[in-house]
Design a protein around this ligand. Structure first.
Ligand code: URA
Length: 183
């Protein structure tokens, strides 16, 4: 499948009940040729309204975090575990994640990033391992067939608890160093 076909099919998805309440499917943004992919949890209110990931307050913080390591939103690819907003921003249910996962699998296959950064616990449990503990294991590298995986705190968690920011800055520096080894 090619990228534009995948995108089009995803916009028409009816595979779970989130399709009923969504305004827009949030497929993802950035470069489909990116070496690094960021994966969040699911669209919030602003993302649902605008059809783009990470455009609300957490998204602004994410943009600032990327700037700290000289990355712009165009340099990376950003998407979410689920492409439609869960009502009232609740965690996506396992059945919603399962229904949506094939879209992400296909995105990962086509982008073929060298590094995947999970934003928060939900993405880390899906992408890295089911028992991932974000407080203990953020900033650690995991290897999957030559691809490097890391989770960092979700930007919303950093907005709620700014004390987590110094640790996240260290994690970002580790990502920057790993990026340098790719060039
Ligand atoms: N939080 C997420 O996990 N994803 C978004 O796209 C926005 C907020």
């Amino acid at each position: 499948m090619d990228w534009s076909q995948l995108h089009q099919d995803c916009l028409n998805c009816q595979k779970c009940s989130l399709a009923v309440s969504r305004t827009n499917v949030v497929f993802g943004t950035g470069s489909p040729k990116a070496k690094i992919m960021f994966i969040g949890e699911g669209p919030g209110e602003q993302e649902d309204l605008q059809g783009e990931p990470f455009v609300g307050r957490a998204g602004q913080l994410l943009t600032d975090m990327l700037a700290m390591i000289d990355l712009s939103r165009q340099d990376i690819y950003i998407t979410n575990i689920v492409k439609c907003r869960p009502p009232k921003n609740r965690d996506p249910l396992p059945e919603e994640q399962n229904a949506c996962y094939p879209w992400l699998e296909e995105q990962i296959k086509l982008v073929d990033p060298k590094i995947i950064v999970c934003l928060g616990r939900i993405a880390a449990m899906r992408i890295i391992k089911p028992d991932f503990k974000i407080t203990r294991e953020h900033g650690q590298w995991f290897d999957e067939g030559g691809r490097k995986l890391m989770a960092i705190f979700h930007p919303s968690a950093l907005l709620r608890d700014p004390r987590k920011r110094p640790e996240t800055f260290e994690d970002l520096k580790a990502i920057e160093s790993m990026m340098l080894t790719l060039n």
